[in-house]
Design a protein around this ligand. Structure first.
Ligand code: CP
Length: 311
């Protein structure tokens, strides 16, 4: 693997999921692979799981890890040809090349503006690092994608499914803040690669990018959509058409134990209790969110392993 910016960088998803599950059984099997190699993780935004699980994954492979909260460093410029006489102090052209002197792999987290759709879809932060760095880039959640999360989700489904072709439903839920589409996008892309019966439910106005959802069924009636589901993946996102706006906060879309039924509850975390999902779901044995969070390590580890093997 040369980089991991989207799930399209995975050659064979079934194979990588299988290998990740194997790695989970013996996480230190390849502890010499990353010896004398360094992962630099760049955070433009907050993180708990991605930060710790990716660092743990790298260390399981024997790598050294350096973390930079980019907002503590020089303010970066991304536009080409700008006269830099305002707030930005360093161009990403130099920054990416300099960081490449210290890193064998660079991982980047950079959320969208949710104001400028075109700019966000250009993935200007992530793609600037892809363009100017001289080492492989890993996406730790960008403007439009969270492929490490969706790989962990695929591992979780594979481990916990009880039928060969489980029914999975991605359900929108209310949230007080306008949130990105990245987790939902990558989950939808990943589900199209797996042998699952997949559908999406959300209120009208929350349609995701149709280039990503393609012909996946969308049901505007949540209770109807969730019937007989094996897994319910809950996530909030802001409007894609009315870009970055909250067009509904209908509390009736919160996931309740009654609506979940016997299904397993998935969420990428962090989650707002009793807004997105009620306590009774999160505190029940149907919730697999901690299992999912644990799998973030093995998703990151298999990706770093594949990149190190390609070096
Ligand atoms: N799910 C996820 O990416 O969590 P963090 O934002 O805490 O990294």
């Amino acid at each position: 693997m040369k980089k991991y910016t989207s799930i399209n960088d995975i050659e064979n998803i079934h194979q990588i999921v299988k290998e990740a599950i194997q790695l989970k059984k013996n996480p230190f099997e390849f502890e010499n692979l990353g010896r004398h190699k360094t992962l630099v993780m760049l955070f433009f935004n907050s993180s708990l799981r991605t930060r710790l699980s990716t660092e743990k994954a790298a260390k399981n492979l024997g790598m050294q890890v350096m973390v930079l909260n980019v907002n503590d460093a020089w303010n970066l410029e991304f536009e080409d040809g700008t006269v830099m006489n305002l707030d930005t102090s360093e161009h990403v052209k130099e920054a990416a090349q300099v960081i490449s002197q210290y890193a064998d792999i660079i991982a980047v987290r950079a959320f969208p503006t949710l104001k400028d759709k075109q700019k966000d879809e250009s993935e200007f932060v992530l793609n600037s690092f892809v363009k100017y760095a001289s080492v492989p880039i890993v996406n730790m959640e960008s403007a439009t994608a969270h492929p490490l999360q969706s790989l962990a989700d695929a591992i979780t489904v594979e481990e916990l499914k009880t039928t060969p072709k489980p029914k999975l439903v991605l359900s929108w839920a209310p949230h007080p803040k306008a949130l990105p589409h990245a987790v939902a996008n990558s989950f939808v892309e990943m589900m199209q690669e797996l042998d699952v019966d997949f559908s999406i439910t959300h209120p009208k106005g929350y349609e995701l990018n149709p280039e990503i959802t393609k012909d996946i069924p969308i049901n505007y009636n949540q209770e109807e959509a969730l019937k007989n589901a094996d897994f319910v993946y809950v996530k909030n996102w802001s409007s894609y058409t009315d870009y970055g706006k909250i067009v509904s906060q209908d509390p009736n879309w919160m996931l309740t134990k009654k609506k979940l039924g016997a299904a397993k509850f998935m969420h990428c975390l962090p989650v707002r209790r009793n807004v997105v999902v009620e306590d009774a779901v999160l505190d029940s044995s149907n919730s697999v969110v901690i299992h999912q969070a644990n799998n973030r390590t093995y998703a990151a580890q298999i990706v770093l392993k594949k990149i190190l093997e390609n070096a």
